[in-house]
Design a protein. Structure first.
Length: 136
């Protein structure tokens, strides 16, 4: 995360800021989704992925982006969002401070920590003050 934050070509200081937050975390939960053409159960052909049909998406093959691999079926992306929402809600109910972070997931994906095309990280903390929201 720090390396990406220091890279002058990307100019993304949030990676360094979030790296400081992760150091204050007791743990980090990684949640991801992997492009799985077999899981496209009903071909809706909605076009949200950028293709005219689910068949075109499946045939397109994966493409590496700066941080993640795409394209992704919108239904798989929605499933990822639901999983993230459920995870942070449960953590909050247990009194665990947390925050959904793109930057943590991008670093985890780069390090191949999780076999997923899109990874999002959730740092967790149980201290007197939430370190993930009171920040510069």
């Amino acid at each position: 995360m720090e390396k990406k934050g220091e890279d002058k070509s990307t100019d993304l200081p949030i990676f360094k800021r979030d790296a400081d937050n992760v150091r204050k975390a007791a743990a980090v939960l990684l949640v991801g989704v992997k492009r799985d053409p077999k899981r496209i159960e009903l071909p809706f052909n909605c076009g949200a992925c950028g293709y005219r049909s689910c068949g075109e998406l499946v045939a397109s093959g994966p493409r590496e982006g700066e941080d993640f691999t795409g394209p992704t079926c919108v239904f798989q992306a929605v499933d990822l969002g639901i999983a993230l929402g459920s995870a942070v809600k449960l953590a909050a109910e247990m009194g665990i401070d947390n925050r959904i972070m793109y930057t943590v997931g991008a670093a985890a994906k780069h390090l191949a920590v999780l076999d997923s095309d899109i990874v999002i990280g959730i740092p967790l903390s149980a201290t007197g003050k939430n370190p993930f929201f009171d920040r510069p």
